[in-house]
Write a protein that binds this ligand. Structure first.
Ligand code: ZN
Length: 371
């Protein structure tokens, strides 16, 4: 690593990131985008869950989720596009972005190589998030990177492939993102996905519904969990024992569910993966009171303010200030994880259904789930 690279990384980790991430409020994790007062609602999502989802759904679907996510993330972040700035600035910005990805622990020792005129982006990594474990990595890897590159180059035909992967036994992970035709000429078989819109997701409605409101029930923020050393925070990653939670835009949860909606069996797969992760949490943490555990952990992970009412074996779980997005989803991931947790803890099936969802000024976006 050159000295300049080291300085950039130091700057990102010490100065830039702490200012961007806001995690002092129970129920909320926010990321400030750039200089404007625009905040993204983030959640901490277990890496293990993404690994399992990718292992079980078709690669094409995982890739599409990733590309859409990368595209909208770049869009919301207002990343500069190729036609808006001069070449030198564009390349500098791309380099900064790669350093940023490294600083939030997406990969180790990231390096990029860019062919500006052909719009080819090469990324090399000693290892990369998710794919190092499953040899796939479509959501954060090939798909996600392609989405960002497609946005900044203003070219929806950009697709991404991973040509080497630590998870497949190679020494490094290597990605190429380039126009579809270019990749085909080189003999690769990229997935094609161009249904990306120039839509503003972070608008007035988003900001109003997702804005920080004082918690009524939640006591723990991510900050307090980190301070009490329950969870270790390492540059964008939360680590508990060996379990890693990645801080991501909550849009990802919506895109995963929205994209699998119409595909046979996918909702069941997503539910099972989430349910299994919930069960795993019981084995991982030393839980004495599962209801308290849920009310402490999930607000700190950014899922809102949670109240649990239990009468005999009937649960009503009310979550206010749940991260909102315009996509209509059934909250399979969230309900699945909580159902798995309760079921494993009590050693009987407790399946939480969606009872209702609502938006108002007091609670922001709220959902009620129960069995
Ligand atoms: Zn890889």
């Amino acid at each position: 690593m050159t000295i300049k690279d080291k300085i950039i990384l130091w700057y990102l980790k010490k100065i830039y990131l702490p200012k961007r991430e806001m995690f002092y409020y129970p129920g909320f994790i926010m990321e400030n985008l750039g200089t404007k007062n625009i905040y993204l609602r983030e959640i901490a999502i277990p890496e293990d869950l993404i690994i399992n989802i990718e292992n079980k759904i078709q690669e094409k679907i995982a890739y599409e989720i990733g590309k859409k996510f990368g595209w909208y993330y770049a869009f919301s972040s207002k990343l500069p596009r190729i036609n808006e700035i001069e070449k030198k600035k564009f390349l500098e910005y791309a380099n900064f972005l790669v350093k940023y990805m490294e600083s939030v622990s997406y990969g180790k020792n990231l390096k990029e190589k860019i062919d500006y005129d052909k719009k080819v982006f090469h990324l090399f990594a000693d290892e990369y998030i998710v794919c190092k474990n499953n040899g796939k990595g479509y959501i954060f890897g090939s798909g996600g990177i392609a989405g960002i590159w497609a946005y900044v180059t203003n070219d929806k035909t950009i697709e991404g492939i991973q040509i080497k992967c630590v998870g497949k036994g190679n020494k490094k992970c290597e990605f190429i993102c380039a126009p579809f035709e270019f990749l085909k000429e080189k003999g690769y078989k990229p997935i094609r996905y161009i249904e990306l819109e120039e839509n503003e997701i972070i608008n007035k409605e988003y900001s109003e519904i997702n804005k920080i409101r004082s918690a009524v029930w939640a006591k723990q923020s991510l900050k307090s969990l980190i301070d009490s050393k329950i969870i270790k925070y390492q540059f964008g990653n939360l680590i508990y024992k060996n379990e890693k939670f990645c801080l991501v835009d909550s849009l990802l949860m919506y895109l995963i569910e929205d994209n699998i909606k119409k595909i046979k069996n996918c909702e069941k797969i997503l539910w099972d993966c989430s349910f299994d992760f919930g069960r795993k949490l019981v084995r991982l943490f030393n839980i004495e009171n599962v209801e308290k555990f849920i009310q402490d952990l999930f607000p700190a992970l950014g899922f809102g303010d949670i109240f649990i009412k239990k009468e005999k074996n009937k649960y009503q779980i009310f979550i206010r200030c749940f991260p909102w997005n315009k996509y209509e989803i059934e909250f399979i991931i969230f309900r699945g994880i909580l159902s798995g947790l309760l079921s494993e803890f009590y050693n009987k099936k407790i399946l939480l259904k969606l009872i209702r969802k609502k938006i108002n000024s007091e609670d922001g976006f709220s959902i009620l789930i129960g069995n």
